[in-house]
Design a protein around this ligand. Structure first.
Ligand SMILES: CCCCCCCCCCCCCCCC(=O)SCCNC(=O)CCNC(=O)[C@H](O)C(C)(C)COP(=O)(O)OP(=O)(O)OC[C@H]1O[C@@H](n2cnc3c(N)ncnc32)[C@H](O)[C@@H]1OP(=O)(O)O
Length: 171
């Protein structure tokens, strides 16, 4: 029987405090630093899911909704949102945690694609992923159209060959 794994099995949580050397001239966390942290967190989720070496194939979307100040406690949470044949989509949510005022603000989200590779860096098949919670199911359902969009934007797919996007836009 084909191996399947739950989304929760790839859950990765990284907590950091923002240091001065990671900030921009506004003394907020520099965007590139955050992208690197998200990539690290997502790569661990990907490796946990497929139990293989993984590489980042694309960064499909990152939102910067709220600045993260110097000294802020930043919490990254990532999970596989869908596994395809050799690639998987990883969702990363970022929170600013304020333990003094007991507030948690959602500051960023990112959607990454990772590919499992063998010792020659060739893509290899990975287990399927079974979503369980409402949020996991919703992210799973939308992942195929994001994959198609990413492949079209990177010149790897002809828009005329998309299935999900044509269904969405009706042509
Ligand atoms: C001893 C081991 C212990 C390990 C245990 C501990 C591990 C602990 C974690 C460590 C984690 C390290 C994490 C490092 C993270 C980096 O920093 S990696 C560095 C940056 N990334 C790279 O250098 C990757 C360079 N690119 C490549 O190597 C190749 O292009 C790739 C990504 C392997 C793809 O190869 P390819 O021959 O083009 O393969 P192809 O069959 O066309 O595509 C493969 C899959 O990728 C998908 N894909 C490709 N491009 C895209 C795109 N733009 N958008 C969406 N999907 C795409 C395809 O659709 C396909 O999906 P499936 O339908 O098969 O699911």
């Amino acid at each position: 029987m084909e191996k399947t794994k739950k989304a929760a099995e790839s859950l990765t949580i990284m907590t950091n405090i923002v240091l001065p050397n990671e900030t921009n001239s506004l003394r907020n966390l520099f965007g590139g630093e955050l992208l690197a942290k998200m990539d690290r967190c997502a790569s661990i989720s990907a490796a946990r899911h497929c139990e293989r070496r993984v590489v980042t194939a694309s960064v499909n979307h990152v939102s910067f909704d709220h600045p993260i100040p110097e000294g802020g406690i930043v919490v990254l949470e990532s999970k596989v949102s869908r596994a395809f044949s050799t690639s998987m989509e990883i969702y990363v949510d970022v929170w600013l945690d304020d333990p003094i005022n007991q507030k948690k603000i959602h500051t960023n989200s990112g959607i990454y694609t990772f590919v499992a590779v063998d010792e020659y860096n060739r893509p290899i098949p990975i287990p399927k992923m079974v979503p369980e919670t409402e949020e996991e199911i919703s992210r799973f359902d939308a992942a195929l159209r994001r994959k198609e969009l990413s492949l079209i934007l990177s010149g790897r797919m002809n828009a005329a060959d998309s299935v999900e996007l044509k269904r969405l836009f009706g042509s």
